[in-house]
Design a protein around this ligand. Sequence first.
Ligand code: ZN
Ligand code: ZN
Length: 221
Amino acid sequence: MAMGARSAMSCSFDLAHYAEILEAAKAGRYRWTTFGEPPSRGDLFLRHDIDLSLDAALRMAEVEAEHGVVTTYLLMTESVFYNLASHEGVAAIDRLRELGHAVGLHAVHPNVELDERFDPVVSWHNPKAEYMSATIPGAINVYAEPYFDRATYRSDSNQNWRSGCPHEELRGGGFPWLQILVHPEIWVYEGSTMGLTMRAMLNAEKARRLEQLAADGIDLE
Ligand SMILES: [Zn+2]
Ligand SMILES: [Zn+2]
């Protein structure tokens, strides 16, 4: 293949390219797996740290399910942006489980309270180096060995793949195995910069909040 689909592909942060990444992994014969067994050749651990939006998480989870892909959603109990204990939060976990995804905890250090909602899998929110890769009693730390190794890790933080978008290497089978961190908000809401994407998210959020206010009996006239 010369200058074909590969070079034409633009690595934008939207659901169309996300689907292309999933397809690339399929072409590279990778195996979707969740945290539990140590990585072996061909394993692909895709995790989502849900910082801002359950809606975005659910949109992405549906896309993955359409592609037969299973990933791990790490949800916060201490988010200022969403409430996991609300009916929306409960419904979100139910739907993620229904689609076959794993659900773990996106924890704020040092709090790790793994109740029945979560698999014993933890990712730290905005981790600091001194505890990031330390063992967590009773749980898998996704930032610890054997799951975490810079050479086999890619993160989309702030719309910036520091070592490049992984689609090409996935397609070519270039990684022995890989852990990928994807933040759904970045992909579901569109914008050519992180700032514009966040503003698109806030616009969607405003519409959602107005509906919630109406449902709560608030007079919006
Ligand atoms: Zn790409
Ligand atoms: Zn986070």
